[in-house]
Ligand binder design. Sequence first.
Ligand code: CNA
Length: 405
Amino acid sequence: MTEIEHKLNELNINSEENLNNEIKKNVFPQINKNETENNKNVLNDSDSKKENSNDIKDNKNVNDKLKNETTITPNNNTNEKKEHKKGRERKHSKHHSKKISRLEKKKLYSHLNIIKDSSLESFVEYILQNNIKNVIVMTGAGISTSAGIPDFRTPKSGLYDNLQQYNLPYPEAIFDIDYFRENPKPFLTLAKSLYPGRFRPTPSHYFIKLLADKGLLLRLYTQNIDTLERISGIPEDLLIEAHGSFNTAHCIGQGKTGKGNKGCNKVYTKEFVRDIIFNDEIPYCLECGGLIKPDIVFFGEDLPIKFFENLENDFKKCDLLIVIGTSLNVQPFCSIIDLVSPKVPRCLINLMEVGVLKNPHHGFDFTGEYQKFRRDAFFKGTCDDGCIKMAKLLGYEDDLKILVN
Ligand code: CNA
């Protein structure tokens, strides 16, 4: 039974409805910590998630386990036994308490090294030597910055550093559903700068499309809302827009008609909404007068059903995970990297190292110090450089060029 099956069985998760809450409460223990105020199914921004209350307990278990496994066996030479009894006893008890580090253990037992080291080259070597069929790619705003769309958190260029003009009570308010109902203007103004239509997919998007063309892509889980995955031609059934997208919009009520109106859910196209917001007006429902909101998941809203419908099976099947251009700061998305089996290789392509929790079960472990199997690789650089390099190492360089051009 895989780790995820075991976890989900233990939790008795048998309904989709419960999955979101159960994952947050149990599969991702660090989420509990973040959810002091809001216990609903929400997209939860958690800049502080990286501290993990399980660290101490987990590390103790690991050390206990290593201690048992590294016990020195008594020497069989009887004479030596007699002559050096005292000394040996001292030695014996000393060795009993000796703990060897994860790294030392990996030097001794080569099967613990799924990939040789944390380089992209070693990661690709693994792909070439194994029959990889079910790749999951997880992406964030970093794959679209070279298209001209700013991310959230990069200092200076990121959206969070450029919100002064909106006079917000706090930066995240721009994506807060309650704030939007009261004051939709800031989000709609920002939406104009992100709205689909003006931007082209990047080499990173096309690299993922290439994986789909090669029949290797099991699923792309993206946090992005810019629809560039669709434009690159990644088939819709392989795509999960975990935080929604501008592709559609619907009536959420209130608006002109006041708080009593809960909305009629009427669906609108992105073209309908675009024409209105590009005229600096607020889109209202033609049926009930409620506010129309692009189908982007705001803080305080549920993730799309499609995310939960596929999560369990996908991560059970996954035999390779590639994470590109995300700060891994938003829950529950950031924690799903832990759902693949502990032997499945994972690669992060990002400007900076993220998602390292120094924990035997959670987060990345690029140094091989914390988790049982060494399987994580890191390419430090732009998403496009990392994807182009990976394509080259895989022998897909020409195919990628054709797609990009
Ligand atoms: P983020 O928190 O802003 O993190 C982006 C990460 O990408 C950071 O670690 C950066 O260092 C890294 N990065 C930025 N540019 C590059 C580059 N060229 N090459 C390599 N790495 C790079 O954004 P996340 O996606 O992690 O956060 C999730 C939020 C962001 C989701 O809710 C999205 O909806 C939201 N968002 C989406 C878009 C978009 O759709 N393009 C734009 C801005 C924000």
